[in-house]
Design a binder for this molecule. Structure first.
Ligand SMILES: *Cc1c(COP(=O)(O)O)cnc(C)c1O
Length: 474
């Protein structure tokens, strides 16, 4: 399988060649040349374990790693031990257990990994793939990232102790929750460097961009990224749509709907690809919070990214985005994979503008892709967390609550609705207390996490400071 850029200006590449990089050289995102149809395979896949299913699906997209090696990587990644934080520990073997709230309304638990958010599902695979490819090539990489919480911790837990990988993770000083800080800063691994920046998340993000734009420094110090535009992360996420489908249905003649709490459009993009491969998905329900750029697109056909200053700070913070980086992948498919059109649309977007489908041919095609959408507010979030707690005795996190709220608006009789549970309530304790007047339950193993010694270096928001740290550690 070869990979092409959504902007058409890059040579087709193999999987391992795009694994360690970020954007394509022309500024576009990589996608496979085609989506392999599942066809008859669906019947055989129903019986597979999660790791076996991951191997089957990834084999279609990763054709430059020997099958036995890819199989070993999948087996090592998707273990009951790694994904052990299920509500019902007996179900940990499922990796992504399905919890039924009522007939045809389910939660798919994706947040049972080490950092209690769904990003572990893909990031853990990425850690093992990075180590494998770097070992093969005798190379090393310095991952530089900025985080406001979930991404940084998922990356650190995936990369800790991996040969050939160092992680330099910038976080805004004093802006993350005590639990998120403790998760990251208590890691003792020698290849993990936590750097708190005096400033906001955007300051940290700007530093990462500035360092990455210094081509000489980037090449000399092998600076890499693990952000959500990485194709391997999207590929890993395709797997749980299949698994969720098999769990919620009895035969492959049935259709389902998925509801996905969305930010950067990474997760739901994997759902779109599963559907393109032929998984019987009737609807992809996209849920946003107050930052409703994507809801606006699916309701009106207008994509209008906001300025960072316009981004609302909400109680489902991992969905606080003003521009959905993976959305370009979907648009590439919608415009019939015509890279010239994508280039033209993103010339507007990259200049701070917007575009609309108006009544043109693409607006006419949009319904065939199965998307519907909705948004949720802080008040909706509180009401949903309370309702799910009272009705079913289950505690859900703020992002999942946005999903449940929007899913309820799009249920169709006889079509199972599967809401993706993207984080555990424990990570967002403040809002849980506001909604329920009680603390989220906490697994005994995580007791006292906040009291462990922490390792973090505090610096001014300057790219030179960060470069000095990278140079010092190399
Ligand atoms: C990252 C994240 C999201 C958004 O996922 P995208 O792939 O960016 O759309 C939703 N919920 C949680 C808890 C997250 O960490």
């Amino acid at each position: 399988m070869k990979y092409v850029s959504t902007r058409g200006g890059a040579q087709p590449q193999e999987f391992c060649d795009i694994l360690l990089g970020g954007l394509a050289p022309d500024g576009g995102l990589y996608l496979p040349e085609s989506y392999p149809p599942v066809g008859e395979r669906l019947a055989a896949w129903r019986q597979l374990s999660y790791a076996e299913l991951a191997f089957e699906i990834l084999s279609l997209y990763v054709t430059d790693i020997p099958a036995a090696d890819l199989k070993a990587i999948c087996d090592k990644t998707y273990t009951a031990q790694t994904y052990r934080w299920s509500r019902d520990p007996a179900k940990a073997r499922d990796i992504v257990p399905l919890t039924t709230l009522e007939t045809d309304f389910h939660l798919l638990e994706l947040s049972n990994g080490p950092t209690l958010a769904f990003k572990d599902m893909a990031m853990q695979l990425l850690g093992n793939l990075f180590e494998y490819v770097l070992d093969q090539r005798g190379e090393a990489i310095n991952i530089l990232g900025a985080t406001s919480g979930d991404t940084g911790s998922a990356a650190e837990y995936a990369m800790r102790g991996k040969h050939g990988v160092r992680v330099f993770m910038l976080s805004p000083d004093g802006r993350m929750s005590a639990f998120q800080r403790a998760q990251m800063y208590s890691l003792k691994d020698a290849n993990i460097f936590n750097i708190a920046v005096r400033g906001m998340f955007d300051d940290a993000q700007d530093i990462v961009k500035a360092v990455s734009n210094d081509a000489e420094f980037k090449a000399k110090y092998k600076i890499g990224a693990v952000n959500s535009i990485n194709w391997a992360r999207v590929a890993a996420q395709i797997v749980y749509y299949f698994k969720g489908y098999f769990e919620a249905t009895r035969s492959n003649d049935e259709e389902v709907a998925f509801c996905v709490p969305s930010g950067n459009f990474g997760n739901i993009c994997a759902g779109h690809i599963a559907r393109m491969m032929g998984l019987p998905i009737a609807r992809l329900v996209l849920a946003t919070n107050e930052n409703d750029v994507l809801d606006e697109f699916f309701r009106t056909g207008v994509y209008r990214p906001r300025a960072t200053a316009e981004t609302h700070v909400t109680s489902s913070p991992s969905m606080d985005i003003s521009k959905a980086s993976n959305f370009e992948r979907f648009m590439f498919d919608l415009v019939g994979r015509d890279a010239a059109i994508v280039r033209q649309l993103w010339r507007e977007v990259d200049a701070g503008g917007s575009f609309g489908l108006a009544d043109g041919p693409f607006a006419a095609r949009l319904p065939a892709y199965g998307f519907v959408s909705g948004s949720s507010s802080h008040a909706d979030r509180l009401a949903t967390i309370r309702d799910v707690w009272q009705r079913y005795g289950l505690m859900i996190d703020t992002h999942t609550a946005d999903g449940v709220k929007v899913a309820r608006e799009h249920c169709v009789a006889g079509v199972p609705m599967i809401v993706l549970e993207t984080a555990q309530a424990l990570k967002f304790a403040e809002t849980i207390r506001e909604a329920l007047g009680r603390d989220p339950v906490r697994p005994a193993e995580l007791d006292g996490l906040e009291n462990l010694p922490q390792r973090v270096e505090l610096v001014d928001a300057s790219a030179d400071q960060i470069k000095r740290i990278v140079v010092r550690e190399c």
